[in-house]
Design a protein around this ligand. Structure first.
Ligand code: FES
Ligand SMILES: [Fe+2]
Length: 384
């Protein structure tokens, strides 16, 4: 049955109809955006939780948070509690932060250093490699094998300053997921940039609205970000799609239109990398910020901004803060428009839009990758 009749007589589209109303085979010149329903439908959000965020490599930490053996942090991904740790042998490891006894969170601090993880409920303890070390008063329990009751591992790997996990135990390695991004980023020497500060923004829009806005090839920059536009050579802006990433880049120009922007956004080129589905790396000379976009229900998202600078000394702090303020202003401009878009996507007046061939190839890549994951996910769920 393709459709369900609502009591009000309104036809509700099936998930299959919703997903198949987008054609990922259309070339850019003929393509539409993904339909508005994908940004407002709880069923699409659920499929994304399972197959986009639960099936692709996801950034969960900075490597600098996990430098020394024993350093750990806890987080959640698609509602799954996780702990990521540098174990005693120097390996990066990740586990579901779920006790094998009665499912309590074993690690309760958000970050720290430990030599053993002890569950606060009944005192079971686990090594940093996940093995069960102690289960008090458990003698005489039939068929209980300690070696089979360690923390359940999750795939984890690092690239540059970023630690990724993948909840799919059969996922291909991180390097093949990142593809050409690794080669493209290598000459830019991210290792010379050091973490300075984190800011987290909450937006009243679907996570994809923020990603779309990022991937419009600078289309909105002259209209929405006048100060930023003054240091970019808008007409020379380039867009490259490869594998699961898009690189948008622009030559920079000297300008005295906005003093704070020209003081903090310098260099030959601006580099804006997006890695499917939700991670961005923005680079100028001596500057990087990363954006991690996380859904928070279908109508909200959270964006984690980490700011890095080449000089993170006290002496450079004032300039760093000025640089963050410039970033924050650009982000405020983006937040306002993203929330406006989300309201528009709910309107009966809007179904889907067209894409600028010159500017919006990145969005086209995003929509095609997403459609492939969701359609595959729907078929997998249907076959279960
Ligand atoms: S739930 Fe962890 S020891 Fe009981
Ligand atoms: Fe923007």
């Amino acid at each position: 049955m393709a459709s369900r009749e609502h009591s009000g007589g309104q036809m509700e589209q099936s998930l299959r109809e919703i997903l198949h109303s987008y054609n990922e085979n259309s070339p850019l010149e003929e393509a539409y955006t993904i339909p508005a329903s994908w940004y407002v439908e709880e069923r699409v959000a659920e499929l994304e939780r399972q197959f986009v965020f639960g099936g692709n490599w996801q950034v969960v930490a900075r490597v600098d948070q996990l430098n020394k053996p024993g350093q750990f942090l806890t987080t959640q991904l698609t509602g799954e509690p996780l702990v990521v740790v540098r174990s005693a042998d120097g390996q990066l490891r990740a586990f579901y932060n779920v006790c094998r006894h009665h499912a309590a969170a074993v690690v309760t601090d958000s970050e720290g250093s430990a030599s053993i993880f002890r569950c606060p409920y009944h005192g079971w303890s686990y090594g940093l490699d996940g093995t069960l070390k102690g289960a008090p008063e458990f003698e005489g329990v039939c068929g209980f094998d300690r070696t089979q009751n360690g923390l359940v591992p999750v795939q984890v790997a690092a690239w540059e300053q970023f630690a990724f996990v993948n909840l799919d135990p059969h996922a291909a390695p991180l390097a093949s997921f990142l593809g050409g991004l690794v080669r493209r980023v290598a000459p830019l020497n991210l290792a010379a940039l050091h973490f300075f500060e984190r800011r987290i923004y909450s937006l009243t829009c679907n996570w994809k609205v923020f990603v779309d806005n990022y991937l419009d090839g600078g289309y909105h920059v002259p209209h929405l970000h006048k100060a930023l536009n003054s240091v970019l050579e808008y007409r020379q802006y380039t867009i490259e799609n490869e594998d699961r990433y898009c690189l948008q880049s622009s030559p920079m120009v000297a300008s005295n239109e906005d003093a704070a922007t020209s003081a903090t956004r310098q260099g030959e080129r601006a580099w804006y990398f997006w890695q499917y589905p939700n991670f961005m790396i923005n680079l100028y000379k001596g500057y990087m910020d990363t954006n991690l976009v996380l859904p928070d229900g279908v109508d909200r998202c959270k964006v984690i901004f980490d700011f890095y600078f080449d000089d993170v000394s006290e002496a450079a702090a004032e300039r760093s803060c000025q640089s963050i303020a410039v970033g924050e202003r650009v982000n405020d401009e983006d937040v306002g428009i993203c929330e406006s878009v989300q309201r528009g996507l709910h309107s009966r007046a809007y179904g889907a839009g067209r894409l600028s061939v010159r500017r919006e190839a990145g969005e086209h890549l995003f929509h095609r990758l997403l459609a492939a994951d969701l359609k595959r996910g729907m078929e997998t769920s249907a076959g279960l």
